[in-house]
Design a protein around this ligand. Structure first.
Ligand SMILES: [Zn+2]
Length: 483
């Protein structure tokens, strides 16, 4: 068997060519040892190690394994639970160009994502991907499908849609309608979802119902932030007379002016109520970042080799592409969004202080956000919000599993749980940039030394080699740019 100590963790070269693929890439060894690693458990506990983590039949086990089928020497590496991305979309195509399934899935895995909550996609296709991922037939994160409910005008219509979603095999429901659901419709559909055992998450549109209504009627979690400051306004937002909600330049421009209108004392009460009612929050800070710094978003260094031509076209400012609203974007818009981020981040800290559960979502495929890279950026922004890296990692792992109702299945490095693990070169507690699949650098004796990068992503005991996945991503991009 492959018992050798494979010297796969190349210390000085961040680039590993495809021919360096370890022979166990994509396989599920019966037994596995991750040796000499530091371990971050995922529940906020401090790191331990260096030590070994043992896996048998896809589960983390406490007892040492004498002669593991695969042993990875992780000297200098940290092991974390795999990341749970609570806001993802499996995208079949954008801008009328197909997105290869492998491109998207490889980027997520190579960035340490072992679970996605899909909140809107081509459902039949996503069902097949979920099934193939569960069976280990494709290199993919675990998939939890939250099917979009879409607009519903009456309680009866909403209940029928919930039943149809249950029937179709979804894991949960994503509530999304451009204007928020009417309170009576919302009450009926959330009651029905509870009855049939479906969890829910909501992108709350602007309308009569705000986050307090969604929470009162029992929504499981809230996406982004819409509906939260709305619940702390005096009346409606101060929209100018010529504002149209259907125009995305208007919509996102004034979204960036909403938080400042929330009354601080009322906002605090809203947050306390959400916490009391047990609603979790998936803020997706990274996907709005272009609004506060457009030049940064448009010039991310990894675009050169990793941006698929479909996304490249879709991201060009154009009102026909959702989220590509940067036409006439001004310094004042960026300043307003920066102020929004400050209040939003403060609200997130307060929410957690009161006992609320925060997760990490991405929403990549929109607004210059690339799959995988987006979730790492999300973690960095949680640190910017004031959370300790141990708390950030808890948001990204254990909390995500809890919101999915899977905390006894995965989300922590703990005996008995599924082996959803990542092996990261360097110490992400010192620098979260270590998690970027393209790595980062360290300052050693006055020199820049390459480090970082997720070396291995292990999902349900299947081992994937990060640099090999990234080589495949670059090959797909190069091929499709030719076409
Ligand atoms: Zn989304």
């Amino acid at each position: 068997m492959l018992r050798a100590t494979l010297a796969v963790l190349i210390v000085l070269s961040p680039r590993v060519a495809a021919q360096d693929t370890p022979p166990f890439h994509g396989t599920r060894p019966a037994t596995l040892e991750l040796a000499n690693v530091h371990v971050v458990r995922g529940d906020g506990a401090p790191a331990t190690g260096p030590r070994s983590v043992f896996v048998r039949d896809g589960r983390i086990v406490r007892e040492p394994i004498e002669s593991p089928a695969v042993r990875i020497d992780g000297t200098g590496c940290y092991v974390l639970p795999g990341i749970v991305c609570t806001h993802a979309h499996l995208q079949e195509q954008v801008a009328e160009i197909a997105i290869p399934m492998e491109y998207q899935l490889d980027l997520w895995l190579a960035s340490g994502v072992t679970t996605i909550r899909d909140v809107g996609s081509t459902f039949a296709r996503s069902l097949r991907i979920r099934q193939r991922s569960t069976r280990g037939e494709i290199a993919a994160p675990r998939v939890f499908l939250y099917q979009q409910l879409g607009p519903a005008d009456t309680p009866a219509e909403a209940v029928a849609r919930v039943d149809a979603i249950k029937e179709g095999g979804a894991d949960g429901i994503k509530l999304w309608s451009n204007q928020s659901y009417r309170p009576d419709v919302l009450e009926a559909l959330l009651a029905r979802a509870r009855e049939v055992g479906l969890r829910t998450t909501a992108h709350i549109g602007v309308g009569e119902s705000n986050a307090l209504h969604y929470a009162t009627y029992g929504v499981t979690s809230i996406e982004h932030w819409y509906g939260v400051p709305d619940a702390a306004l005096d009346g409606v937002q101060d929209f100018p007379p010529d504002f149209s909600y259907d125009n995305e330049v208007d919509r996102f421009r004034y979204a960036g002016r909403l938080w400042r209108e929330a009354r601080p004392e009322r906002l605090d009460q809203v947050l306390a109520t959400l916490v009391d009612l047990g609603v979790a929050w998936s803020p997706t800070l990274a996907v709005y970042e272009a609004s506060r710094d457009l030049v940064r978003a448009q010039n991310l260094p990894w675009f050169a080799d990793h941006l698929h031509p479909a996304l490249e076209r879709f991201f060009r400012p154009n009102l026909a592409s959702h989220g590509s609203y940067f036409i006439g974007w001004t310094t004042a818009d960026e300043a307003a969004w920066r102020e929004s981020y400050r209040i939003w981040m403060q609200a997130l800290r307060r929410f957690e202080e009161l006992g609320g559960t925060i997760t990490t979502g991405e929403d990549a495929g929109y607004i210059y956000l690339l799959y995988g890279f987006g979730i790492v950026r999300e973690l960095e922004l949680h640190q910017e919000a004031g959370f300790h890296p141990l708390e950030v990692i808890r948001h990204a792992t254990y909390n995500g599993a809890r919101v999915l109702g899977q905390e006894t299945e995965f989300g922590r490095v703990m005996p008995g749980l599924a082996a959803d693990l990542i092996v990261v070169r360097g110490n992400p507690l010192r620098n979260l940039k270590c998690l970027y699949p393209t790595g980062c650098d360290d300052y050693v004796d006055g020199r820049s030394v390459p480090t970082g990068g997720v070396q291995y992503t292990i999902k349900d005991g299947f081992v994937y080699h990060g640099p090999t996945l990234m080589a495949e991503v670059r090959a797909i991009v190069a091929r499709d740019r030719q076409r």
